[in-house]
Design a binder for this molecule. Sequence first.
Ligand SMILES: FC(F)c1nnc(N2CCN(c3ncnc4sc(CC(F)(F)F)cc34)CC2)s1
Length: 502
Amino acid sequence: MAGFEDLDKTLFPLKDVSSVIEVFKGQLEGGGEPDLALLSIIAGAFENSLTCRSVSGSSSVAAATSQHSDPMEQAQSQPPVLELHNIQTLYDKFHAIMKTAVEVSNNNGTKHYATRELVKKVSDVVWNSLTRSYYKDRAHLQSLYSYLTGRKLDCFGVAFAVVAGCQALGYNDVHLALSEDHAWVVFGETGLETAEVTWHGKGNEDKRGQEVGKGVDVRSWLYVNNRPVICTRAMEVAALVSAINPSLNATHDAFEVAVLQQELLWLLYDLGHLTKYPMAIGNLGDLEEISATPGRVPCNTLFQEAIVSARTFYNNQHVYPYTYQGGYFYRNKKYKEAFESWANASDVIRLYNYSRDDEEIYKEFLEIANELIPHIMKVESSGFSANTILKKPECFANLLRFYDGICQWEEGSATPVLHIGWAKPLVNTISKFDASVRAQVHIVCESPETTEYQHHHPHHHHSKQEPRAQTSSNGSGAGGNCLNNNNYSAPPCKENGNGTAG
Ligand SMILES: FC(F)c1nnc(N2CCN(c3ncnc4sc(CC(F)(F)F)cc34)CC2)s1
């Protein structure tokens, strides 16, 4: 493992973004594997010095008495100075916590794999050393710096600390597994053992130590139909970089922290470590939309790359790549394209059953349906839009596909999704499309014999995800779900487990 031995100590004290980049570069390009504890402490220290208002004594008096209007202007944080000995002290403290708490039999140096007991023990060490009660959703609680100086971690931070702890103990088989709203670990000789190591959401009993996806939540979005991002060490670095939080307060970001995150993501991108990590590519796309890096691909290319990654490596079972892209189109007033992205997001969620652990994605779809789309309708029907989407049948078709996916998401779920609050915006939205436009959308349904065919040839049942080949009525005869020429093809049905269409 790289760690302190390979660290270029001449880079210290770290005072700017480029010196931090050099440390990460050394860890990622050096021979051994990157040291997660070291990098998390450094990234966390850098972030905290610039976002948690640490104003030195004298200047805070000056600040308090100065004539500044905006209080934010007063408490300027000091430029970071990360001294080697401070970083080393925290690093040694983390190793000491792990080594005193967890007995590691070195069984004369032969390769050893982690066990469920070991993973649970490391999770308990982190869990039991946290502050008794604190606001878990606060910002800047994701790093080992926060853990070691404040004894506070958010739910991602606990999972990351467990993986970093196992690395510190020499278990290189323990890796971070990531869904779109949860994190756990994989381990063992095959790397196929799974264990919960952190909590999820509010008021849910944690399942730490248990295998993942054995309960009723097997079809919930939270576990992405068992298509999580399984991290390598470098992808765990990408996760800690993605978790860097530049926010200073509700309205301002700390500029240097955002620059650090953006440049580290490009470093990881160039090294190929984001290829199988759609959310990290999406994070980079968001940062590039705010401040484009000269000579780099435009942000919409990144959003498209995140979608291709999810389609290629995760069987198109992830929602966020489409809502990243939809949000981009929405902010840039490309409303026709936004409708298509959101319909594609809906085609993902339709294959899941809604469970109470899925609140985050529920809120995402609710905001699209009840805030974003109504805003678009208002703007488009204001009479000033020449090229209005209200005249485009494919927009109406995508709107139907969007809602149909949410309806199918609800089907077969223990928890209802839609309620009266959804209906008013929906009716209002549909009514904005002229009847003549709506009439141009042809619903091409699954012919019953096809479904019949599924019943009698169960061996030839489509997997839940492949959309069934649809012949479109637009004479193209081409298979596949087609929305071109305004044919709205009924998307795949959700099977109810015994190979028949639900
Ligand atoms: F869809 C867009 F609107 C989104 N904008 N930001 C989105 N985020 C922000 C970044 N984010 C993430 N970005 C990188 N990696 C991970 S791993 C993970 C789950 C957990 F936190 F580990 F539990 C979340 C997440 C979560 C999704 S989606």
